[in-house]
Write a protein that binds this ligand. Structure first.
Ligand code: ZN
Length: 88
């Protein structure tokens, strides 16, 4: 399987559509920051998955100095790195 054939599927159980959005929060410990991914989903499941991501983010336990932003929606782009994704 080549990289270009790679398909990302929506992660809501029972859904069989391709994922087009990534729901993620920016996490930082003051030195490093990265996106913590909650979900990869299709347009139909976006509201559902965003609600779930918000509740997970709200329950996250953070160590001193760590920050975790509220979940944001990014448009998935094949081969793009997190920093290159378009935030919606
Ligand atoms: Zn879906």
């Amino acid at each position: 399987m080549s990289f270009h054939d790679y398909v990302i599927w929506c992660d809501r159980p029972g859904c069989s559509q391709r994922a087009v959005f990534k729901i993620a929060s920016r996490w930082s410990d003051g030195l490093v920051d990265e996106l913590k991914t909650y979900s990869l989903c299709c347009a139909d499941c976006l509201d559902d998955r965003l609600l779930l991501a918000r509740s997970k983010q709200a329950q996250a336990r953070l160590a001193a100095g760590e920050t975790l932003d509220p979940p944001a929606v990014y448009r998935l782009k094949r081969g793009a790195r997190d920093r290159e994704l378009e935030r919606l």
